[in-house]
Design a binder for this molecule. Structure first.
Ligand SMILES: *[C@@H]1O[C@H](CO)[C@@H](O)[C@H](O)[C@H]1NC(C)=O
Ligand SMILES: *[C@@H]1O[C@H](CO)[C@@H](O)[C@H](O)[C@H]1NC(C)=O
Ligand SMILES: *[C@@H]1O[C@H](CO)[C@@H](O)[C@H](O)[C@H]1NC(C)=O
Length: 210
């Protein structure tokens, strides 16, 4: 638990403004308003609106209530929900900077850390009408997870863990993975890609400045 809290503190320090969006993803209109959602910070029914990436929000929660216990939501439905709902083709992989999207590799470890945080953050994510509207829900160590709404209506999903589930197939697609020295000199596993589900939303794992 101590390590767990220390990690959240660390991510809080690393997190910076969500408004500082980098270039790339020309095909998508970014929502420069970061996500806001209600959290029961004291577990007594008093909801407080939190804004930012999961790393930022988790840090804010601990500032307000250092005793907050982060539940781990069992939302890994990759083999059920995602298999049933993914589009064909489900993944678009970003292989290098010259591809249409201009995205770049992110550390697989850092993306998986973001997935873990998404599974622990309380509240229901929602986003204004799209299409092609994205919000950055996680960013650490130059690795970002975006959640995008392609519907022409407001989107609300059950929990942030579903976004982690959405990311999972990208991290398991050999075409979306590589071995690169993004933090030289050593090579590490890296990932870059986008995954689409039939409900008209998608998620992106890519490099970004946090
Ligand atoms: C919940 O706890 C907070 C902090 O102690 C307090 O400010 C708030 O009024 C409480 N709400 C209820 C409904 O008891
Ligand atoms: C949080 O923000 C939403 C959207 O702006 C609003 O509808 C809701 O009432 C807010 N909740 C609280 C507790 O302030
Ligand atoms: C989620 O489920 C998939 C498919 O069953 C599995 O391969 C993956 O390891 C699981 N991920 C986590 C974080 O439990």
């Amino acid at each position: 638990m101590k390590l767990f809290l220390a990690l959240f503190g660390l991510f809080g320090l690393l997190a910076t403004s969500v408004n500082a969006l980098s270039t790339g993803m020309e095909d998508y209109t970014f929502d420069t308003t970061p996500l806001t959602w209600e959290v029961d910070v004291f577990n007594n029914g008093t909801m407080i609106n939190m804004t930012g990436t999961v790393e930022q929000v988790n840090a804010q929660i601990l500032e307000i209530n250092p005793a907050f216990k982060f539940p781990v939501y069992e939302t890994n439905k990759t083999d059920t929900l995602m298999a049933r709902t993914q589009k064909d083709p489900a993944n678009t992989c970003g292989r290098d900077k010259t591809d249409a999207q201009g995205w770049w590799w992110a550390s697989l470890d850092a993306i998986q850390n973001g997935q873990y945080h998404l599974r622990t953050v309380p509240g229901r994510p929602w986003m204004d009408a799209g299409p092609k509207k994205c919000a950055r829900v996680s960013c650490s160590w130059k690795a970002a997870i975006y959640w995008c709404n392609d519907n022409d209506h407001r989107l609300e999903i059950d929990n942030f863990g579903l976004i982690a589930d959405c990311i999972q197939p990208i991290t398991q697609d050999p075409d979306c993975l590589d071995n690169q020295a993004i933090f030289p000199p050593q090579k590490i596993m890296v990932v870059c890609g986008q995954h689409f589900v039939k409900e008209g939303w998608n998620c992106i794992a890519r490099e970004d400045s946090c």
